[in-house]
Write a protein that binds this ligand. Structure first.
Ligand code: PEP
Ligand code: MG
Length: 755
């Protein structure tokens, strides 16, 4: 904006500030506002329309007939004013009557005026009214005039919002926006209903008129600096695969973050007398309005990135950097985010958190695994969800089908609730079967255990009727702690878990940190590797950091005093790593013996097979282990060279592919020959059809997410394992194009319960 225009906008703002600060009714203030604008902009007409009871009502005017005030009312979408409000766009017309939406209102006496310009008055990203000027002369308004109007509209929105003159912005939008159904990728099954809460909340701008322009400028400068630092460090981390945000997105972020044009426009808005917050918002609104007219999906996408960034800048400048977890949830919540880490998820109050919707997300990322473990439905790959929903809107989440309904109508809500009852009923039926043994129709016993990671998860043993905990992910305690959990804290957790489990076995896996499980208090664990999943993580890190491993081994030994200790090591790639880890635990047993501690009655040692190289050295490993556990999450990522947390690969490879099934069969056959029990503990095993294939391949036990126990047990009980084995042998010898379909067909023909 040229200096003179900035000065005139500033004059209007100073005047507005005085009007707002003066005593008097809101109506009298609005009357003064239209006079002020008409005077400063030398405009023949200035009118304010506000949304009340779903209609745009003429609230104040200079230049139109006063009798029309509170009489002229337009529907959203009706006339020029209705079009501006409904579409959230600016109109600038030399000849108003030529516009297709023009609707003549005789009571206003507006027939004399030819030109018309109007801007929406926006609150919480929703239009709540319209500010319009008119002239008798047919002319288009200058850009600077429109910008001045937008600046005024921004300040008006604060005043109107504070006076509660209009329908709540959210209510108004819900009224105008109908229900919306979106389909995504089902990550964790389950149905839920709740209100939308943004993981990174949006900021509502409270103060729009600056007291001290230089101070506002400083605030914006320092916010820009901070934001650029954040984006730089996220980009650096993402190169190492930690941040969970895509490189591409971050590159665009960086580009925008350093965009001189953007910062200049914000600065100009500050010049015109706005606060830093209002200036950021004002520039964002202008950009939104411009983009609305461009029909290019690629540009729209970029626009969202810029919105994100603008929002980030707003949050920095207003000092509201916390996530919704820090503010606390006050109602049944459906959490909305681009992506989430496991630790971030665990910060939420689980009584209130009902579901999570992500724009990214993948089936085997640790956040998904944690959500599955605590029974929170998650849908991923919901493109643009953050821009399709408002904070507080009702959302129905159908994690069983991977779909969501935003702003449901009553009939949609009723039918959803009926399905939710059915789904709960089905779960109750599974629960009723919990005491029944997992034995196939031809008498094969299949061990069904659960995966756990927190003390509360152990409680699910009783609820599900599982045979024990086949994988206790000890790193979860590290993930949810602000500081490194010492030996005492670890021991207390293990003792509690063992107490919960009673006679049922618990297999503790030593920590698998690193990869996508970075710990803030172990900063050197985010090492500068380009592929952290294949980097210094799990047993590799534990062997190099033996103090960590020693503390954990001692905690496990002490917690298992007088009982069997079952311990296994993650990411064993070569037998010597297993040997070293085992030796380290054995040395701690010696330490405990010398210290006259009560010892475990027996220790069983196991290795996780999740790095393919181990399959080639099973002859050396098997004689040395008491059991083997196959981690299909990592195994498949390494077999296919496909990052398990990359959403773009989430659906690319199938767990039922011949490559995986043949690989698993080879391992299972070798273990059977060596008489070593094998349990499959990846997410794959928790799905009935996949679990069926595993039983067919000869797996004698699975360890799965608690919610999978009922469905997997029902599958086992309806299965003829010998018949399946025969069929699988044929299928693996000559794999069909679609193995999943072939197995599904077989299951249906043989009445196996797979869904
Ligand atoms: C696996 O990799 O399959 C596994 C069970 O371990 P995690 O998912 O914890 O890496
Ligand atoms: Mg693993």
């Amino acid at each position: 904006m040229p200096a003179s225009a900035a000065a005139s906008a500033r004059e209007i703002l100073t005047g507005l500030h005085e009007v707002m600060a003066a005593r008097g009714s809101v109506q009298s203030k609005l009357d003064r506002v239209v006079e002020l604008i008409a005077d400063k902009m030398q405009s023949e007409v200035c009118s304010i329309y506000l949304l009340r009871d779903g209609k745009l009502e003429l609230f104040a005017t200079h230049g139109l007939r006063k009798e029309a005030v509170h009489v002229t009312r337009l529907k959203l979408g009706e006339g020029l004013v209705g079009t501006i409000a409904e579409e959230g766009r600016i109109l600038n017309l030399a000849e108003a009557a030529h516009h297709p939406a023009f609707a003549y209102r005789p009571e206003t006496g507006e027939e004399r005026f030819h030109s018309f310009a109007g801007v929406p008055i926006v609150r919480l990203e929703s239009p709540i009214g319209v500010l319009a000027v008119q002239h008798a002369e047919p002319r288009r308004y200058e850009d600077v005039e429109i910008e001045a109007l937008q600046t005024v509209a921004m300040v008006l929105s604060e005043m109107i919002g504070a006076a509660r003159l209009v329908d709540g912005a959210r209510r108004a939008r819900i009224r105008s926006a109908g229900p919306l159904r979106l389909a995504g990728l089902k990550l964790v099954a389950g149905m839920a209903r709740g209100e939308a809460v943004f993981h990174e909340p949006r900021v509502v701008v409270e103060h729009t008129v600056a007291e001290d322009i230089e101070a506002e400028r400083d605030r914006v400068y320092s916010a820009f600096r901070k934001m650029r630092e954040q984006i730089d460090s996220m980009t650096r981390d993402a190169e190492f695969g930690i941040a969970g945000e895509h490189q591409e997105i971050l590159e665009t972020y960086r580009m925008f973050a350093y965009d001189e044009g953007w910062s200049r426009r914000i600065n100009e808005a500050i010049d015109s007398g706005l606060t830093a917050e209002a200036a950021i918002e004002r520039v964002q609104q202008r950009m939104r309005a411009r983009m609305r007219d461009i029909d290019d999906p690629l540009l729209q996408e970029r626009m969202h990135d810029l919105e994100d960034l603008s929002n980030r800048l707003l949050r920095i400048v207003s000092g509201r950097m916390g996530t919704a977890a820090q503010t606390g949830l006050t109602r049944d919540t459906v959490l909305i985010a681009r992506n989430l880490g496991p630790a971030e998820l665990l910060e939420y109050d689980r009584r209130r958190l009902k579901a999570v919707l992500l724009e990214e997300g993948s089936l085997t990322s640790h956040m998904t695994i944690v959500a599955r473990a605590i029974g929170i439905p998650v849908i991923g790959r919901l493109n643009d969800i953050r821009h399709s929903v408002e904070d507080g809107e009702t959302i129905l989440v159908d994690g069983d089908n991977g779909s969501v309904i935003i702003r449901p109508t009553r009939p949609l809500l009723t039918s959803f609730e009926q399905r939710m009852v059915m789904s709960h009923k089905r779960r109750a039926e599974f629960a009723a079967q919990k005491a029944l043994p997992a034995v196939t129709r031809d008498g094969l016993q299949v061990g069904v255990m659960v995966n756990a990671g927190l003390a509360e998860d152990a409680a699910s043993l009783d609820a599900t009727g599982a045979d024990g905990i086949g994988l206790f992910r000890t790193e979860f305690q590290f993930l949810v702690s602000a500081t490194l959990p010492g030996r005492d804290r670890q021991q207390r957790l293990y003792t509690r878990v063992l107490e919960f489990a009673g006679d049922r076995p618990v297999v503790f896996r030593t920590v698998d940190i690193g990869g996508d499980k970075a710990l803030p208090y172990l900063s050197d664990v985010h090492d500068e590797a380009e592929n952290p999943a294949m980097g210094w993580r799990a047993l590799r890190l534990s062997l190099d950091r033996s103090t960590l491993m020693i503390a954990q081994a001692r905690a496990l030994i002490e917690a298992s005093a007088g009982r069997v200790l079952r311990v296994m090591f993650p990411m064993v790639s070569e037998p010597w790593e297993y040997e070293e880890a085992r030796k380290l635990v054995e040395e701690q047993v010696e330490w405990a013996r010398k210290a006259h501690r009560k010892l475990p009655t027996r220790i069983e040692y196991g290795a996780m097979l999740e790095v393919p190289s181990l399959a080639e050295t099973l002859d050396q490993l098997l004689p040395r282990v008491d059991f083997l556990s196959i981690g299909t999450n990592d195994l498949t990522q390494f077999l296919f060279a496909a990052d398990r947390s990359d959403p773009r690969l989430a659906q690319r490879y199938d767990w039922l592919s011949p490559a995986i099934l043949r690989f698993l069969k080879r391992v299972l056959d070798a273990a059977r020959e060596a008489d070593v029990p094998v349990r499959v503990c990846g997410e794959m095993a928790g799905r009935p059809l996949e679990a069926m294939a595993l039983v067919g391949l000869g797996a004698d036990a699975v360890s799965i997410t608690p919610a999978g126990v009922g469905p997997v047990k029902a599958m086992v009980r309806s299965l003829d394992a010998a018949a399946l084995r025969k069929r699988l042998d044929q299928l693996l010898a000559r794999p069909p194009r679609d193995m999943r379909k072939a197995l599904t067909d077989w299951a249906r023909r043989h009445s196996v319960t797979i869904d």
